[in-house]
Ligand binder design. Structure first.
Ligand code: HC1
Ligand code: SF4
Length: 568
C-alpha cells in the first residue's frame, strides 16, 4: 500500500493506481467528462486536474500514477479556476438550447456548469454547421453537441469491438466522425446504444418515439397495446424515488393502463414461448448433426453484428424470432382474433431496455401477413418520461397483473434479461423435453473453453449438450474463431451485445454507478430463486397457447408466426 495526503487528509492507495482511482476509492470526487472505469484513460477533457505539491503544472489525475507521500489538493483555488476555464471553453463551442435538449437534466456538462457556477458566456460562440444525423432508427447523433471526450470512440472500439467512431483531423479542426464518414444507419453501427449510455452530453441519444405513442393513445380508431421486457421492472425504481432495483412489475402494468393502453403484456411470457421453440430447433439440429452450434438471435445488435462481419454464420442464428417479435406476432395474429379485434387497428408498442430493438421492430423479416409484429419501441428512459408526463404517481398506485391469456411467465422468462439467462432458460427446456425432469445446478458441469467465456454442459437422453455464453462483444473477433473451431464441440452460443445483458442495455436509465446494473441482475436472479415455475414448459399459459393455437412445437403455425429467416 501507498500512503498519500489529499486535502490535508491521509489516505491509502494501491501501487499502480492512478490518482483518480485512489481518489474514487476513498470517496473523493473530482469531475471528469472523458474517463470511464476499466478503459484506457485519454486525458482528453483535463477536468480531473489536481494540484500536486512540488509540481509546477496541474496534473490530470486520470493519467498520473500515485507515488508514496504525494500531497494533493483536489479543489484548491487554482484547480477550480482551471476547471472553470475549461468548462467555459467547452460551453463557448456548445449550443445553448439546453431547454430543448434530450439530455436536459441528465447532462454532465450542464451539471458541471452549475457546479462551477458558470452564469455567463465568456467567449463568442462559433457557428454550428455539422448536421444532425437522423438516419438510424435507434440513435440520433448531434455532432454540434460533441465535446470531443472520446468516450463513444472507446466504448464502441474497446468494449463492443465495432469501432464506428474515430477522431478526424487534429487541433481545432478535430471532430468525431464515423468510419468512412457514413451516416450512422449506413455505417457499421449495430445500434447497441452503449455509446449513448456514456455520452456526457446530448451528442448521442435515442431516437424518440414517445410522440408517436401519444398520438396512438389519443386516436379513438386504434387499440393501443404494450409489452414490457424482462429487465424493465428492476431498472426503473430509482427514477421514481424507490430503492434501486426494487421490482415494480405490477405497478408498471397499472401505470400503463392508466396512461391508456387497452392491454398490457409481459415479454417474459414470449421469452418462454421462444425458449420452447428454440429448444425444438436445437434438438432437431442436433439430431441431424447439422448447423451447430446454434447462435442466439434475441439480441438484434448481435444479429446485425453477425450479418455484417460473419455472414457465413447467418444460418447458425436461431430462426426463432426474439421474444419482442414473438409477443408482437402473438398479439396481432392470435390475441386479436380471440378478442374479435381488427389486427390492423392494434397499435403494438414494446418497452425495451435496448435501442437496437427499435431497429429490429422495423426489419422486413419481422412482419406477418404484411403487418409489422411491433409498431413502435420505447426505451426504458422513454417509459419513465411517459409515466411522468401522464402525472402518474408510481408510489401511490396498486400492483396489477398483465392481461390474459399471456398473464403467466416462468422465472426463466425473466432470466432472459441478464447475460447467460437465455442459455439457462433454453437448457432447462431442452432437459425437460428430453427427460421430463427439471434441470438443476447439480446436473450442470462448468466447461473451460476460452478465458472470458462461460460455458457449461449437461447430459440429457444420452446426449451431452454444451452451451457457451458470450457477455458483451469485447474481443468477439478473436473469440469467435476459437469457439467455432475449438476442441469443445458447442451446441449453443448465447451472445448479448451489451455487457451484462439487457439489464445494461443502451436504453436504460442513466446511472453513474456500475453497482446499479449489478443490482438489477441480482434482482432478476432473486426472482428466479424465489419462484416455483422455473421452466417454460411448465408455464400453464404457454401450454394453453399450444393447445388452442400453435399445436405442436415447430408446427406449421409456429413456423409461420414465430420464426423468421435472416439472409446474406
Ligand atoms: Fe432483452 Fe429479450 S431479454 S433481448 O435482453 O430476448 O431488449 O430485457 O426484451 O426480445 O424477453 C431486451 C430484455 C428483451 C427480447 C426478452
Ligand atoms: Fe458503436 Fe453501439 Fe454506439 Fe453503434 S450504438 S456506435 S455499435 S457503441
Amino acid at each position: 500500500n501507498i500512503t498519500i495526503e489529499v486535502n490535508n487528509r491521509t489516505i491509502q492507495a494501491h501501487k499502480g493506481d492512478t490518482i483518480l482511482e485512489a481518489l474514487n476509492r476513498n470517496g473523493i470526487r473530482v469531475p471528469t467528462l472523458c474517463n470511464m472505469t476499466d478503459l484506457t484513460p485519454s486525458g482528453a477533457c483535463r477536468l480531473c486536474v489536481v494540484e500536486v505539491e512540488g509540481r509546477d503544472n496541474l496534473v490530470t489525475s486520470c493519467s498520473h500514477v500515485v507515488e508514496n507521500g504525494m500531497r494533493i489538493m483536489t479543489h484548491s483555488p487554482r484547480v477550480v479556476r482551471a476547471r472553470k476555464t475549461l468548462v467555459e471553453l467547452l460551453l463557448a463551442n456548445h449550443p445553448d438550447d439546453c431547454l430543448y435538449c434530450e439530455r436536459n437534466g441528465f447532462c454532465e456538462l450542464q451539471d458541471l456548469a452549475a457546479e462551477l457556477h458558470i452564469r455567463e458566456r465568456k467567449v463568442l460562440r462559433k457557428s454550428f454547421t455539422q448536421k444532425l444525423d437522423l438516419s438510424s432508427p435507434s440513435i440520433v447523433r448531434d455532432p454540434a453537441k460533441c465535446i470531443l471526450c472520446g468516450r463513444c470512440i472507446r466504448v464502441c472500439d474497446e468494449v463492443q469491438s465495432v469501432s464506428t467512431f474515430e477522431f478526424v483531423n487534429r487541433g481545432c479542426n478535430m471532430y468525431v466522425g464515423t468510419t468512412l464518414s457514413r451516416d450512422l444507419n449506413f455505417s457499421n453501427c449495430i445500434g447497441c446504444g452503449q455509446c449513448v449510455l456514456v455520452c456526457p452530453t446530448g451528442a448521442l441519444h435515442e431516437r424518440q418515439n414517445v410522440a408517436e405513442v401519444m398520438d396512438a393513445l389519443s386516436n379513438p380508431d386504434l387499440i393501443p397495446v404494450v409489452q414490457i421486457a424482462p429487465s424493465i421492472s428492476v431498472s426503473v425504481a430509482t427514477e421514481f424515488g424507490l430503492k434501486p432495483s426494487k421490482d415494480v412489475n405490477g405497478l408498471l402494468y397499472n401505470a400503463l393502463r392508466k396512461i391508456g393502453f387497452r392491454y398490457v403484456f409481459d415479454t417474459a411470457f414470449a421469452a418462454d414461448v421462444a425458449a420452447i421453440e428454440m429448444a425444438a430447433e436445437l434438438i432437431d439440429r442436433k439430431g441431424k448433426g447439422s448447423n451447430l452450434p446454434m447462435f442466439s438471435s434475441c439480441c438484434p445488435a448481435w444479429v446485425k453484428f453477425v450479418e455484417q462481419w460473419y455472414p457465413d454464420y447467418i444460418p447458425a442464428l436461431s430462426a426463432v424470432k426474439s421474444p419482442q417479435q414473438v409477443m408482437g406476432s402473438l398479439i396481432r395474429n392470435y390475441f386479436a382474433t380471440e378478442n374479435e379485434l381488427n389486427p390492423s387497428k392494434i397499435f403494438s408498442v414494446s418497452v425495451m431496455p435496448c435501442l437496437a430493438k427499435k431497429f429490429e421492430a422495423q426489419r422486413e423479416e419481422m412482419t406477418t401477413r404484411g403487418l409489422s409484429d411491433v409498431d413502435t419501441v420505447l426505451s426504458t428512459r422513454e417509459l419513465v418520461r411517459l409515466i411522468k408526463l401522464y402525472g402518474i404517481d408510481i408510489q401511490g398506485i396498486e400492483s396489477q397483473h398483465p392481461d390474459k391469456p399471456f398473464n403467466i411467465r416462468s422465472s426463466s422468462g425473466k432470466l432472459f434479461g441478464i447475460s447467460g439467462g437465455s442459455a439457462e432458460a433454453l437448457a432447462r427446456v431442452v432437459y425437460h423435453k428430453l427427460t421430463s425432469k427439471e434441470l438443476n445446478d447439480s446436473k450442470i458441469t462448468e466447461v473451460k473453453i476460452v478465458s472470458g467465456v462461460k460455458a457449461f454442459s449437461f447430459n440429457a437422453d444420452e446426449q451431452t449438450f454444451t452451451f457457451a455464453v458470450v457477455n458483451g462483444l469485447k474481443n468477439i473477433h478473436s473469440i469467435l474463431p476459437v469457439l467455432m473451431g475449438g476442441d469443445v464441440k458447442l451446441d449453443y452460443i448465447e451472445v448479448m451485445a451489451c455487457p451484462g445483458g439487457c439489464v445494461n442495455g443502451g436504453g436504460q436509465p442513466y446511472v453513474d454507478e456500475e453497482k446499479y446494473v449489478k443490482l438489477r441482475a441480482k434482482a432478476i436472479i432473486e426472482i428466479d430463486e424465489a419462484e416455483g415455475i422455473k421452466c417454460a414448459t411448465r408455464n400453464p399459459a404457454v401450454q394453453s397457447i399450444y393447445d388452442e393455437f400453435l399445436g405442436e412445437t415447430g408446427s406449421e403455425k409456429a413456423k409461420k408466426f414465430l420464426y423468421t429467416r435472416y439472409s446474406k
